[in-house]
Design a protein around this ligand. Structure first.
Ligand SMILES: *Cc1c(COP(=O)(O)O)cnc(C)c1O
Ligand SMILES: [Zn+2]
Length: 408
């Protein structure tokens, strides 16, 4: 159901049968955007048709997805994660109306499932049997799980620093894992080599234009779950920039279809230890490569692969970028857990830390409605979760020691 592609760099337009993932004139930096015929889609895809769709997964948005429906019944159930109105946390951070979109509840426990389920379906359509990606962790574990479900093989490149939860998922899902003794950029280069050399299907989210289309479904759901009354802000942590690009695309689609009246301001959040897009946004330049010095592994991306979409999404939405320290990220893990019962991994908690920062800087005012996206479950990275809350105290098995603690 797609109309074609346009190059995000030179704006050249390609037809729907164009096979390459990037623009033939611009090469790897010419990332493509998928184009839809909104008029044709709007003829049968309406708020009413959507409200009658019984599928509680992202396939309820099939008319806005670049896939055929041949294999969707066999796929893992991705999406339609809960959107919670906060019970407690808004009082602590002085934002009256806060919602939490808990994408940690996807099948492999991160938002990346939205892209991976599209990747495995496109791989089947392309009649290939092996998918390859490089990832800081979640894209990999997500791809491995979604591919396993569809009987596809995976070759996965991860940097050696990837947390144990994610690495274990990879192995349990039966992936062929290559742990690279280097940073994420080196890992990315190795996967690019393997894809070219062995002809694997490419799930690198920046390059493959279809994956952002999967990620955009988080925005479609937020809108639908809020009955198409848009919040003022949506806060998203940013690494490569595909997620925030996808969030923008989802709202853009709904605006074209007339389902919503405006696109919320997007708050892009980066970790201060690695914030090339934050700096590029405020300096009005392209990102300059940086070292990867943050414990938020999922957004520790020194060379963001999707800079144009990541910067444009925030600019066009009239939002902004902020950066947060690792200490602020850790305290946000504890705060979100303690106040709302939602456990987040560091990159995911950054979206909350970013809201706190944006309140301090005056970007967000207390009466504005804010949605934070919990992009990954905290069980993926228990070691950093421990850092957020400290060690347990061990007691002797005596009633006195119980009383000592409980009477404190
Ligand atoms: C991948 C990821 C992000 C950032 O997404 P990008 O597309 O790399 O910008 C944020 N949080 C989590 C948990 C992720 O896995
Ligand atoms: Zn181009």
């Amino acid at each position: 159901m797609i109309k074609g592609f346009s190059c995000t760099k030179c704006q050249k337009v390609y037809g729907p049968d164009y096979k390459s993932f990037t623009c033939e004139s611009c090469g790897d930096v010419g990332i493509l955007d998928v184009l839809y015929d909104y008029k044709a889609i709007g003829n049968h895809f309406t708020k009413l048709s959507l409200s009658k769709d019984k599928r509680l997964n992202l396939f309820r948005y099939l008319p806005l997805l670049p896939i055929k429906d041949d294999f969707i019944d066999k796929a893992l159930q991705v999406g339609y994660t809960p959107l919670y109105r906060s019970n407690n946390i808004h009082n602590e951070i002085d934002v009256q109306k806060l919602y939490i979109k808990d994408d940690g509840l996807n099948p492999t426990a991160s938002l990346k499932d939205r892209a991976s389920v599209i990747a495995v379906l496109k791989c089947l359509e392309a009649k290939k049997d092996t998918i390859c990606c490089s990832s800081t962790g979640n894209a990999a574990s997500s791809l491995a799980g979604n591919a396993a479900r569809m009987g596809l093989k995976t070759v996965i490149f991860v940097p050696k620093r990837a947390p144990i939860g994610k690495l274990t998922q990879l192995q349990v899902y039966g992936a062929n894992v290559l742990s690279v003794n280097g940073d994420y950029s080196a890992t990315y280069d190795m996967s690019k080599y393997a894809i070219d050399q062995y002809g694997y299907y490419n799930r690198n989210a920046a390059i493959n234009p279809y994956l952002i289309e999967g990620k955009k479904t988080v925005a479609l759901e937020i809108a639908e779950q809020l009955d198409f009354n848009m919040p003022d802000w949506v806060s998203i942590s940013v690494g490569d920039g595909c997620t925030i690009g996808g969030v923008y695309k989802g709202f853009y689609d709904l605006l074209q279809l007339g389902f919503i009246k405006h696109i919320p301001k997007l708050l892009g959040v980066q970790a201060a230890g690695c914030s090339p897009l934050y700096k590029a946004f405020h300096n009005k330049t392209m990102p300059v490569p940086e070292e990867e010095l943050t414990l938020a592994d999922s957004i520790s991306v020194g060379i963001p692969r999707n800079p144009i979409k990541a910067l444009e999404a925030v600019r066009k939405s009239k939002g902004t970028y902020v950066e947060v320290t690792d200490e602020e990220i850790l305290s946000s893990i504890a705060l979100l857990g303690r106040t709302e019962g939602v456990f987040s991994e560091p990159a995911s908690a950054a979206s909350l830390a970013g809201v706190i920062e944006a309140r301090k800087l005056g970007h967000i005012s207390p009466d504005e409605t804010v949605v934070i996206i919990n992009t990954g479950n905290g069980l993926k990275d228990p070691a950093n979760g421990r850092k957020a809350v400290g060690e347990l105290t061990l007691i002797e098995p005596t009633t006195e020691s119980v009383d000592d603690i409980l009477n404190k």
